[in-house]
Design a protein around this ligand. Structure first.
Ligand code: TNX
Length: 542
């Protein structure tokens, strides 16, 4: 159909009685005096049909390394089977995980079957014959109108690819009741590998305690955006949150309060192991942090012998930092550190143990460095690599140790010592910073961090002396002095976390805020379907 401009309104008023010649003359006059024709926009029915599924291919977060559109769609049917190969427990679990993600909204009970080929109408998850260059977490996803193949070198890559597959379906796929379909994937070929090995979030469960269910929900949200590290800040002045069997009072007494004086809480070792296992099934490692020698008031209140004066401190529920320190000359303190690290290392399949090390104001430089060096040796004796906040770079570091940069003063010194760096610049990644002056929660000591600030930066060019090869990855911490509930957590974490996830995963080349904000907008309905109370930043066209 051709576009036909409406006749000018006055023409419709011309009566039949007016002579034809006069009408023609008027028309000629109008035509000669009218401005040159302008190109009219095509009417809606003339544009090529763009399916929603094709649009979703360009809305993925994090943006994949390579996306090649193909013609058509694949539609999930009640009879669609999920084949997995090889048929061991791990691949069957991945098949089941996919079936469980898609089951509630589609209302289909997908069957998971061991099987070895891409077959008509089905989904095939496999690690057979994959390109080893895909590494630990890369994957290839091939969708044709006839079937779906998700192939990775390692099962973790299959898991990451499943997240892409989820995002290629409509947001309603995340609802927990059956919805009308159609459940279409765009035909596409995706080849995707992460830029950085470490894509993390930190949750401070010490200032305000968050229970196992909240942590698991957080893990599931990290998984959707291909993050692979959950750093738990398990102790601070206001609370000790993990059962240590050789020092039971830490959790029983030290865990009994929190900021504001509420009841606090802690994880038993069984609960903690459950969190670690839940994360591991999602190919996320849990990095435990016991902050020391500062940020230790909860421990100093639980055991008098950790204090140089032998007097137990009182429990603390305020928000000051820097006032507490273990007695670093005392042998008992190193016995304590050894016991805590030993018990936590036994609960930690991942290679890392975080010892904090930040903001100590009551020790001189030599005493501080001496303590960090002994703590590093203890961590290594229990088979782990030490991580510390950037202040630990003032001590002598092993090349296996890792420094978490948060205010960019000494990270380059860590690099000179051969240590790797995790980038958590507070002015970009701190999820407890306010978005704008009206944000009801949060702090602002590192500035305001709007969604654009959290996205539009690059880890490899931020710090002098810290380049791509020195960086293990990125991490966004949520400190919880002002955050006490799941809803409050959601509003500070989302949507900023998605930007950090993309910085960690996607190639630096081709990232742009103007393009990202449109993609992010498309995740509003998806997050809403997941029950996430995200902040509707005015920077994003939701
Ligand atoms: C600094 S970042 C801290 C935390 C606070 C946070 C609040 C770091 C290593 N230490 O103790 O909770 O600021 O934004």
């Amino acid at each position: 159909m051709r576009y036909r401009a409406k006749p000018p309104a006055q023409m419709l008023l011309i009566s039949r009685r007016v002579p034809v010649a006069l009408v023609l003359a008027i028309l000629l006059l109008v035509a000669c005096t009218a401005p040159p024709p302008v190109a009219l926009p095509s009417p809606p029915d003339e544009r090529p049909v763009v399916r929603d599924s094709e649009v979703r291919m360009n809305q993925l977060i994090p943006k994949p390394a390579a996306v090649t559109p193909r013609a058509g769609v694949f539609t999930f049917q009640p009879v669609t089977t999920i084949h997995v190969e090889p048929h061991g427990e791990e691949m069957l679990w991945l098949g089941q995980y996919l079936a469980e993600r898609l089951g509630p909204a589609t209302g289909y009970q997908f069957v998971v079957q061991p099987g070895g080929a891409m077959s008509a109408g089905n989904v095939w998850l496999t690690t057979s014959g994959a390109d080893p260059a895909l590494g630990e977490e890369g994957y290839e996803l091939i969708v044709t109108p006839d079937g779906v193949m998700l192939r990775a070198h390692r099962p973790a890559g299959v898991f990451r690819g499943i997240q892409t597959l989820r995002q290629l379906l409509p947001p309603a796929i995340e609802l927990q009741q059956a919805q009308p379909g159609a459940w279409e994937l765009p035909a596409v070929e995706i080849r995707d590998v992460p830029r950085f090995a470490w894509r993390g979030a930190m949750l401070d469960v010490a200032r305000h305690f968050f229970g196992v269910a909240d942590v698991k929900r957080f893990i599931d949200l990290l998984a959707l955006y291909k993050m692979n590290v959950l750093h738990l800040h398990l102790s601070d002045d206001q609370g000790w949150r993990i059962e240590i069997q050789s020092w039971p009072n830490l959790a029983l007494y030290g865990g009994s309060t929190q900021v504001g004086g509420g009841a606090g809480g802690y994880y038993t070792q069984a609960e903690y192991a459950d969190i670690v296992a839940y994360a591991a099934r999602r190919y996320i490692i849990v990095v435990p942090e016991i902050d020391m020698p500062g940020h230790t008031n909860a421990a100093l209140a639980s055991y008098a012998e950790l204090n140089c004066d032998g007097v137990a401190r009182t429990l603390y529920s305020g928000v000051e930092v820097g006032f507490s320190a273990l007695c670093v000359e005392s042998d008992t303190v190193y016995q304590f550190v050894d016991d805590v690290v030993r018990e936590l290392a036994a609960l930690t399949p991942g290679p890392y143990m975080h010892i904090g090390g930040d903001e100590v104001q009551t020790l001189d430089a030599a005493a501080y460095a001496g303590f960090i060096e002994r703590a590093q040796a203890i961590v290594q004796a229990h088979g782990k690599r030490m991580i510390g906040w950037e202040e630990v770079a003032h001590a002598t570091l092993s090349p296996t140790s890792v420094v978490q940069s948060w205010r960019s003063t000494v990270a380059a010194e860590a690099v000179r010592q051969g240590a790797k760096v995790i980038m958590s610049p507070a002015s970009r990644t701190y999820l407890d910073m306010k978005y704008d002056p009206n944000t009801p929660l949060g702090l602002s000591w590192a500035g305001l961090v709007e969604v654009q600030d959290a996205y539009a930066w690059d880890p490899a060019t931020l710090l002098e002396g810290v380049g791509e090869q020195d960086i293990l990855g990125v991490e966004a911490p949520l400190w919880t002095e002002t955050i006490a509930t799941r809803e409050q957590m959601d509003s500070m974490v989302f949507p900023r976390l998605l930007g950090i996830a993309e910085i960690g995963w996607s190639p630096a080349h081709g990232r742009s805020w103007e393009e990202y904000r449109l993609r992010l907008a498309a995740h509003g309905p998806r997050l809403a379907a997941l029950g996430v109370a995200f902040y509707r930043s005015p920077q994003v066209p939701w």
